[in-house]
Structure formats: structure tokens, C-alpha cells
Ligand binder design. Structure first.
Ligand code: NAP
Length: 259
């Protein structure tokens, strides 16, 4: 497993805890370099990635070195590989949920690097596209909102981007099902969809925080990287693993944080 210190990496370490897992953090393997492993594993769960979407606009080559070059290095291990990709490979103009056969057209340097990473994963790979991930650790929207909700009476949140907030533990459980299925592209995102502002409202409601959400546009926020307006992911594949609703993921994550 690459990127084992990340939010998905940690969830996968728990999910695959009964297996013999070699979980490598960035300090143990910077995937921009060739693998330090001497023996080929049976399976590679490749979660390591440049995930700073706005930062990739300033350093697209740095993002590509990790997301494309790093994926080629992981594929060079010669084992079947799970590559985690993103809803940001789409431009968001479809106006309906994206399925596996839809054509990607990334708007951002991050999205382009992840799309090229899909190709670098090779033929013996599951391309697991997910969206708006959150968990108990690291940097994610849920943890940011919990912090701001404690500090402020009101937060301004974008209300013109729609996606599927996906709990990393639900994605880790779906990964277990995925590796029993044929290689190829699979959309693995939470059921249901919402805007970031809806998600923030739900976080404050479930966490019992009195903070108000002021709904703003992406233009008002002025983030460096453009994001798709609607990047809801659904699967058109009959045997695709199904994930619980995002609100169920939110409650499960808050429960774990609470305990
Ligand atoms: N987060 C989302 O909303 C989202 C949405 C769709 C898809 N994904 C994809 O899901 C996967 C898992 O992301 P995540 O949510 O777990 O993000 P994350 O918490 O940022 O984890 C990414 C991990 O990769 C590590 N990393 C970065 N550069 C590396 C390098 N050169 N070599 C080795 N490790 C490196 C990071 O280490 P440092 O912390 O030390 O940098 C971090 O531990 C990624 O492929 C991501 O593109 C994420």
C-alpha cells in the first residue's frame, strides 16, 4: 500500500488488517522514485497522490511527477493495482451523473494529472474513481468545517458545485469487493449527492454546532483551480460495489471522532 499515512491509506490499513499488509508512508516510499521493495506483492493499493488541487495549478509538473510518474512506478511492481482516481477528470457540463463510459475532460492540472495517472496504471488495474473524500484524519472538508464551526457564527461555503461526499471507510470496504471484480474503470462514490454548502449544513446539524452557512458562488470564493459544477459519480456496471449514502458516512465518521 502506498500513501499509507493519508486518510484513505489509514482506512485501508484497518480494512485489510487481517491480510499481510506492507503499508508504506511517503517517508518510506516517495513514489516519484522507483520502489524500494525487493519482492513483488500480490496486490498494490496505490493511494499516494498529490491531492492539493489548487497547488497543482502552480506546479503542474510536480503534481504529474507524483500522480503520473508515481503511478508508473507503482505499476512497475508488476502486481494487480488499485488506482484511486477522481470525479475531477470530468468537466461537470453533462448536467447528469457521470458513468464509467462518459468521456473525461479535466478542467484543472490536478484533474489532468489524475487522468494521465489512470493510463499509467496499466492494463492490470482497477481504476476506482471516487469523490469529495473525508475521514477522521488529515486535511478534509469535514474536519475544516468542524474547526470553523467551533470558532465562528457563520461560514461562507460554495453552493454551485455538486458531488458525492464519500467516507474513506466506506471506500475501503468497497475496495475489498472491487478486487474480486474485473479490471477497468469503476465509479465508487457515496449514494446521494449535495453541494458543499449542503454538506456543511449537514455537518453542523449532525455535530450540534450552531454555525450558519452563507451560500456563495465559486466565483466569490476565487479558488485557483477550476472545479466541475456537477461531478456526481454513478456506476453503470451491474456488479459495482454500492456505497452507503453520504449522510450515513457523515454520521459514522462523527461517531468515530466522538469516541
Ligand atoms: N481527497 C479527496 O477528496 C479525493 C477525491 C477523489 C479522489 N481522491 C484520490 O484518492 C486517493 C487518496 O487520497 P486521500 O484522500 O487519502 O488524500 P490524502 O489524505 O492527501 O493522502 C495522500 C497521501 O499521499 C501521500 N503522498 C503525497 N505525495 C507522495 C509521494 N510523492 N510519495 C508517496 N506518498 C505521497 C501524502 O503524504 P503527505 O501527507 O506527506 O503529503 C498522503 O499521505 C488519491 O489518489 C486521491 O487523488 C481523493
Amino acid at each position: 500500500m502506498t500513501g499509507a499515512g493519508g486518510q484513505l491509506g489509514r482506512a485501508l490499513v484497518e480494512e485489510f488488517g487481517d491480510d499481510e499488509v506492507v503499508a508504506l508512508t511517503r517517508a518510506e516510499w516517495d513514489v516519484a522514485n522507483p520502489s524500494p521493495l525487493v519482492e513483488a506483492p500480490d496486490l498494490v493499493l496505490h493511494t499516494a497522490a498529490w491531492t492539493n488541487v489548487d497547488g497543482a495549478e502552480d506546479d503542474p509538473q510536480g503534481a504529474a511527477a507524483v500522480n503520473v510518474g508515481g503511478t508508473a512506478n507503482a505499476a512497475a511492481l508488476g502486481a494487480p493495482l488499485v488506482y484511486y482516481s477522481t470525479d475531477y477528470v470530468f468537466d461537470g457540463r453533462k448536467g447528469a451523473p457521470y458513468v464509467e463510459s462518459d468521456s473525461p475532460n479535466p478542467l484543472s492540472a490536478y484533474g489532468r494529472s489524475k487522468l494521465h495517472g489512470e493510463a499509467a496504471a496499466g492494463d492490470r488495474a482497477w481504476i476506482a474513481r471516487t469523490s469529495w473524500s473525508f475521514g477522521e484524519t488529515g486535511r478534509n472538508f469535514l474536519l475544516t468545517m468542524l474547526r470553523l464551526g467551533e470558532e465562528r457564527d457563520e461560514v461562507a461555503v460554495v453552493d454551485d458545485q455538486r458531488g458525492c461526499p464519500t467516507y474513506v471507510r466506506h471506500l475501503a470496504a468497497a475496495t475489498r469487493e472491487l478486487v474480486e471484480l474485473p479490471f477497468g474503470i469503476w465509479h465508487l462514490a457515496a449514494a446521494g449527492d449535495c453541494t458543499w454548502a449542503d454538506f456543511a449544513d449537514a455537518i453542523f446539524e449532525e455535530a450540534g454546532l450552531a454555525c450558519r452557512v452563507r451560500r456563495i458562488s465559486s466565483g466569490e470564493l476565487g479558488a485557483r483551480a477550476p472545479r466541475p459544477a456537477c461531478s456526481v459519480l454513478r456506476s453503470e456496471r451491474a456488479d459495482a460495489p454500492s456505497l452507503p449514502h453520504w449522510r450515513e458516512g457523515l454520521r459514522a465518521c462523527l461517531d468515530r471522532l466522538g469516541s
